[in-house]
Design a protein around this ligand. Structure first.
Ligand code: SF4
Ligand code: FES
Length: 240
């Protein structure tokens, strides 16, 4: 067992545990967005920051979802630096996806009362990676991934065309905290030719876990989120 302190309380953690897991095991609350217990930690959102120190090393902030427990580590989950970092992160996330109920709730809980930034809302993806990891690690088909880098980084099927390995399970749409991905049933498109092409390209795909239904008539289409005319400050101030 690894011995460390969390908020000055002596605790023990199993080898290989992350700080987030140890903190939650002992009842210390830490907000997360890109973490999911069924997925490998990714460290993208930076909401789960905690302050660590191990004398003589100076204190610093780390993402608790990816940082492993270390012998003798002193962890603070609620220091001034931690709270300031989380509030700033929540505000930036909110600026990117101010219609997301999940992010609004997180920001509210962290005491964010104003959003000073406003980003265009046509793409509300916050690059948390939940959809990509769920598709890879849970569904096991790799129908989507991150493409490009820097400010052009975004989620897409390969070559930006409908994926032929997608089974239409909808996991990515369910796990997305910002509703940036939607599942579209192409049977409603009214184009027999297009439908025929899509189905013949996709062939027959069956969800191997939950279904014997042929899901090939459904493909994922990444749509730009609908523009919303609401002012972000007004929306958020309402807390809804
Ligand atoms: S589409 Fe949603 S789940 Fe995928 S990276 Fe963007 S915000 Fe995260
Ligand atoms: S939950 Fe740790 S970085 Fe997102």
């Amino acid at each position: 067992m690894i011995r460390l302190t969390i908020n000055n309380q002596a605790v023990e953690a199993q080898e290989g545990r992350t700080l987030l897991e140890a903190c939650r095991e002992y009842g210390f609350k830490i907000p997360t967005l890109c973490y999911h217990p069924a997925l490998e930690p990714y460290g993208a959102c930076r909401l789960c920051m905690v302050e660590i120190s191990k004398p003589p090393r100076p204190a610093r902030l780390v993402a608790s979802c990816t940082y492993p427990c270390e012998e003798g580590l002193e962890v603070l989950t609620d220091s001034f630096a931690v709270k300031r970092s989380r509030r700033m992160t929540a505000e930036l996330l909110l600026a990117s996806a101010w219609n997301s109920m999940e992010i609004k709730a997180l920001a509210n809980e962290l005491g964010v009362v104003e959003v000073r930034y406003q980003l265009p809302q046509e793409d509300r993806c916050v690059l948390c990676g939940l959809c990509v990891r769920a598709c890879q690690e849970i569904v096991g088909v790799n129908a989507i991934s991150f493409i490009r880098r820097g400010i052009q980084k975004h989620v897409s099927p390969p070559f930006r065309v409908s994926s032929t390995v997608c089974i239409g399970c909808g996991t990515c749409t369910l796990i997305c905290p910002t509703q940036a991905i939607r599942l579209q049933d192409v049977t409603g498109m009214g184009s027999a030719q297009l439908m025929h092409q899509l189905v013949s390209e996709a062939q027959s795909h069956y969800c191997q876990v939950c279904s014997t239904t042929d899901l090939s008539a459904q493909i994922f289409q990444f749509e730009k989120a609908l523009p919303n005319n609401l002012d972000p400050k007004t929306t958020f101030a309402g807390g809804s």
